[in-house]
Write a protein that binds this ligand. Sequence first.
Ligand SMILES: [Zn+2]
Length: 233
Amino acid sequence: MPLLKPVIRQGTINFIAQSDVTCYIIRGEYGDLLIDTGFLPVKRALMRWIDEYDVRWVFLTHAHPDHDWNAAEIQQKGAKIILNECDRTLRRNFLMQRVMPTANRWRWRNVTQNIGGGLIKSPAYDPDIYFSAKNTDFLKNYGFDAEIIPLPGHTYGSSGILHRDVLYCGDAFTALNGTPQVPMHAVNPMTMAESLRKILDLKPKWLACGHGLPVRFVDAKPVIQAYLWAHCK
Ligand SMILES: [Zn+2]
């Protein structure tokens, strides 16, 4: 994975994108919320970037190592970690939720995901806040006009955040190299398809993905529709 210079953008969507991984910050009334923490190669640039903010909370869209690698260190600096309880046992244990390819062309890539995932373990952390699908409205208590949206399928605990017209969706949708695409791997492809339908219903203006730069919903929508048409008749 090439370690390219990070792309940093501040504005409606604050993000840092490096080495195919993208992390976001939502600014709140009492402090800021970091969405995902990336992988080891992005650590240095990420830490420098978040120094410009007041990160009090870290929302992990799911417990894969390319999203939670730097959670432990940021927690040690005082931020509270938020994770869906369905991914509790997935931390440092990728094979707890072995992934399947979402299309035939990802079969080989899927083998390498499970092998690589089984070997890689993020530094240990214990989330401060576990939530469930029944408890998704608490971000308002922390000063964010935002709602947690469960988007299971890629992992059982995969979740996003809807903030204004942006859905921060983790790996529920991807945009690697600017190409809108459904996730290549899912613990349960049928559940993933239901989450894609949920995204179509929500109709956010932007999808802020965990891999690749944010994509407009109008560009993602036909890709999601084509996938659902081909795979879920
Ligand atoms: Zn993932």
